[in-house]
Design a protein around this ligand. Structure first.
Ligand SMILES: NC(=O)c1ccc[n+]([C@@H]2O[C@H](COP(=O)([O-])OP(=O)(O)OC[C@H]3O[C@@H](n4cnc5c(N)ncnc54)[C@H](OP(=O)(O)O)[C@@H]3O)[C@@H](O)[C@H]2O)c1
Length: 299
């Protein structure tokens, strides 16, 4: 039976994807409240425990799809994890990077890796959030050392999110370019679900934003979708994620990033920053140092 390992499968549109996938596959979901596979991405020791449990469970059979969908956005960049890293960057990028590194050797040949990013990673989408200024893992992990840090807390929080999502795209590009993974026919996809109201993503934001986020997730938000191609329903975003994980959908040959627009998967150009030479490999090595693994990719 196909085995899929997933983060962010307990809530939001990820839960819709997980339900869809569970019809034909064994889906191991890591989440804070999951009894079998507890996972708190804000703790690197929890990531290591989770990876060990998954490897014990999957044994020699291998993992057919690894779906890294969990994410948070916070009202500021002041939170720190137990490991001392800024919370949004730690949960959205660093913990997933470590999980990837621990599980890459356990992937079956021909497996798929799907990482959920956000269109807000690209300034050209004009999403209105503070855009990424860099993908320097050291500064993102320790924003108080960043000389360009936003003075306004809300903007600093947005920057932590959009920069972490840039790191997600860069990580996907590094994986897709790795000769060892290519030899194992492993496909990597960065998935931008568009704007999906009514999920739990706004839970830590200010009350007016939280309320608007919930309201727009009801039929009240439907008329907006006529004018805003990037707005998608939870079902559309979850079903597309499920299709990407199962192999029912994917990017065109040679592309890594897909974006859901008007409920359909498209393959947008990468942002100027994501195309910059050397950025991804620097991020890879710095992330490895921060989580305490060797920079080399696979086994
Ligand atoms: N909604 C949008 O408009 C939108 C747009 C672009 C990108 N995205 C991305 O899509 C993904 C899913 O978002 P969503 O809107 O569905 O949000 P959501 O409803 O808040 O779901 C977030 C998921 O992440 C998990 N998670 C959060 N913190 C965690 C932690 N410390 N440890 C383990 N799991 C944790 C949650 O699990 P628990 O059950 O443990 O809380 C939940 O399953 C995120 O990566 C988000 O950045 C969303």
């Amino acid at each position: 039976m196909t085995t899929i390992v997933m983060t962010g499968g307990s809530a939001g549109f990820g839960a819709i994807a997980a339900r869809r996938l569970a019809a034909d596959a064994r889906v191991l979901i890591g989440a804070r409240a999951a009894p079998g596979f507890p996972l708190d991405l804000a703790r690197l020791d929890s990531v290591r425990d989770f990876a060990e449990k998954v490897r014990a469970q999957t044994g020699d059979q291998g993992i057919d799809a690894l779906v890294l969908n969990a994410g948070v956005i916070r009202p500021d960049a002041d939170g720190r994890t137990v490991d001392g890293f800024e919370t949004t960057f730690a949960v959205d990028h660093l913990a997933h990077y470590l999980l990837l590194r621990l599980l890459l050797p356990a992937l079956a040949d021909g497996a798929r890796i799907v990482l959920t990013t956000s269109g807000t990673y690209d300034p050209a989408t004009g999403a209105g959030l503070a855009t990424p200024r860099h993908a320097d893992a050291q500064l993102l992990a320790h924003p108080d050392r960043d000389p360009g840090r936003d003075a306004v807390a809300k903007r600093a929080g947005q920057h932590a999110y959009t920069a972490a999502k840039l790191c997600t795209v860069l990580t996907a590009l590094s994986l897709a370019a790795d000769p060892g993974l290519r030899a194992r026919r492993i496909t990597t996809i960065a998935y931008d679900p568009g704007q999906v109201f009514g999920t739990g993503l706004a839970r830590d934001l200010a009350a007016p934003l939280r309320l608007a986020w919930s309201a727009l997730g009801t039929p009240l938000g439907a008329p907006l979708r006529w004018f805003r191609p990037e707005m998608n329903t939870r079902d559309a975003a979850g079903n597309a994620l499920g299709d990407l994980a199962s192999g029912a959908a994917g990017p065109p040959a040679g592309r890594v990033l897909v974006a859901l627009r008007r409920g359909r998967l498209t393959a947008p150009e990468l942002s100027d920053t994501a195309r910059r030479d050397g950025l991804g490999s620097r991020l890879w090595d710095d992330s490895a140092r921060l989580v305490g693994v060797a920079p080399a990719v696979t086994r």
